[in-house]
Design a binder for this molecule. Structure first.
Ligand code: AMP
Length: 119
């Protein structure tokens, strides 16, 4: 899938749409999800134009890969959720119901999160 430069997270990165930022560095931006599914629900997105995890893993540079996942860890530490724990989730493609075609990691925390998948 070609990257859509007008997707909502690209527009957030360009400052065209407001967000509740929790973390910002050269490689990643983290902000609160607009429709939280847990007491803490934060999205971490790379600064580069990648559609999903598969695209990011295939095309990102080593610096982007390291910088992004260091940022995910930094966000979790900053939010104070490493203990008692959190869930990180990346929806990828239509079967996973990915809505926004810019790679993002959901961080869910703040309560016991239940089973990994709805049954
Ligand atoms: P996904 O289904 O994995 O693509 O998740 C996209 C997520 O983006 C959903 O949880 C939405 O609630 C969230 N979202 C959509 N628009 C915004 C926005 N403007 N600010 C923050 N979160 C958003």
């Amino acid at each position: 899938m070609a990257y859509d430069p007008n997707n909502i997270f690209a527009r957030i990165l360009r400052g065209e749409i407001p967000n509740r930022t929790v973390y910002d560095d050269d490689f990643a931006l983290a902000f609160h999800d607009i429709n939280p599914q847990a007491p803490i629900h934060v999205l971490v997105i790379p600064k580069g134009a990648y559609t999903d995890l598969a695209d990011f893993g295939a095309r990102a540079t080593p610096d982007e890969l390291a910088g992004f996942f260091r940022a995910v860890a930094a966000v979790a530490a900053q939010l104070g959720i490493v203990e008692p724990g959190f869930r990180a989730l990346c929806n990828t493609g239509s079967d996973a119901h990915q809505e926004v075609p810019h790679f993002h990691v959901h961080l869910f925390a703040g309560a016991p999160l239940g089973p990994m998948l709805a049954r």
